[in-house]
Design a protein around this ligand. Structure first.
Ligand SMILES: Nc1nc2c(ncn2[C@@H]2O[C@H](COP(=O)(O)OP(=O)(O)OP(=O)(O)O)[C@@H](O)[C@H]2O)c(=O)[nH]1
Length: 342
């Protein structure tokens, strides 16, 4: 029987740096034939587009498959398994499959899918890599706001779960074979050491934490872990082991169209107060800047905003500015749209 094709699952919360890590991985893959499966929560695919335009020979357009139809952990049968089967049926199947989950996905149901008869004899999970936004952890993003939680519990006695952010964070850590502690450039030594110590208590024994800036960890480190994660699911605890539904009801997403913007810095200045006022977790997309032939990439993780030109607009593609907004349920879409389009 031919050897199984290894698959690496890259998970981690919204904006932790998964796409950035995968871009670096592609640049260091040494000609290995990779296929990428990219899953996003928002209704507009941004990550797939960014990876496709990286112009790397390891990453041809046809090797990037987008699953934008909801979170991968909930659409395993409909989307994920057929996608893997199509990759395996190619004349030249990939040598390694890399899967970027949405930032809101639970990794365990995905790993479980590799035990399905359709694929278990042909693919194995080489490793689950969890990317962590060190700065967000240090700022206490994933520690519940005890006061808010107590108020919620008082209002709803049936409420028995932790904050949705905390649950996801813990699930993603508990499933990891390797943790990438990213964004260390934003941490001083003291915070870095505090975050590292804290993380260590939440991992399965033997799981390594690798510190990174801008996801710059080579393919040689990330690929080839040989974990066969599908065979030891029991060792990877999840908040949803009891069969509780996980339907992402705790989060929501929409997009806003803005037309042409006058200049990138003015756009960033406009975004910042809106992100802060509405506690927007993640905002990303592409913008058309007046008089510029290049497309502007806009990225915000909480209040940290970044923008850069990535490539020229193509003649056939519609120009304009489309931003995906993701936050906890209850976002005031009208107010956010109004503030961004004002
Ligand atoms: N300062 C700093 N910024 C980083 C680092 N890694 C990634 N970023 C930035 O963080 C933002 C989000 O990075 P992505 O790689 O898109 O994160 P992601 O996990 O793929 O995001 P989602 O797919 O939306 O969950 C971008 O603006 C990146 O440039 C890092 O190590 N340091």
């Amino acid at each position: 029987m031919p050897a199984k094709i290894p698959a690496t699952v890259v998970t981690g919360f919204l904006g932790a740096g998964k796409t950035t890590l995968i871009r670096h991985l592609l640049q260091t893959a040494n000609g290995r034939r990779l296929a990428l499966i990219i899953n996003e929560f928002g209704d507009v695919g941004v990550d797939g587009d960014l990876l496709r335009s990286c112009g790397d020979a390891t990453c041809r357009e046809e090797d990037v498959v987008e699953l934008a139809n909801g979170c991968i952990c909930c659409t395993v049968a409909d989307d994920f398994i057929p996608t893997i089967e199509k990759l395996l049926a190619r004349d030249e199947p990939p040598e390694h499959i890399v899967i970027e989950t949405s930032g809101l996905a639970l990794p365990k149901p995905l790993v479980k899918a590799f035990g399905w008869p359709e694929i278990r004899t042909r693919v194995t999970v080489d490793g689950v890599i969890t990317v962590i936004d060190g700065a967000a952890v240090s700022e206490g993003r994933f520690v519940p706001d005890e006061e808010a939680l107590a108020a919620q519990r008082a209002a709803d006695e049936a409420l028995d779960h932790d904050s949705p952010l905390e649950e996801l964070f813990e699930d993603q850590l508990a499933c990891a074979d390797m943790v990438i502690l990213n964004k260390t450039d934003l941490l001083d030594d003291e915070s870095l050491s505090a975050v590292s110590t804290d993380l260590a208590t939440q991992l399965r024994p033997g799981v390594k934490v690798v510190k990174a800036r801008h996801g710059a960890i080579d393919a040689a480190v990330l690929l080839g872990l040989g974990a066969a994660a599908e065979d030891d699911l029991a060792a990877r605890p999840s908040h949803h082991d009891a069969g509780e539904e996980h339907d992402h009801d705790d989060f929501e997403s929409f997009h806003v169209d803005l037309g042409t913007v006058a200049d990138p810095d003015a756009l960033a200045r406009k975004l910042k107060p809106v992100i802060e006022a509405h506690d927007i977790l993640r905002l990303k997309g592409f913008a058309e800047v007046a008089g510029k032939p290049m497309r502007l990439v806009v990225q915000a993780v909480g209040g940290r905003i970044q923008h850069y030109y990535d490539r020229a607009w193509r003649t056939e593609e519609p120009r304009g500015t489309t931003l995906v907004v993701i936050g906890e349920r209850g976002l005031d879409r009208d107010a956010i749209t109004k503030a961004l389009t004002a």
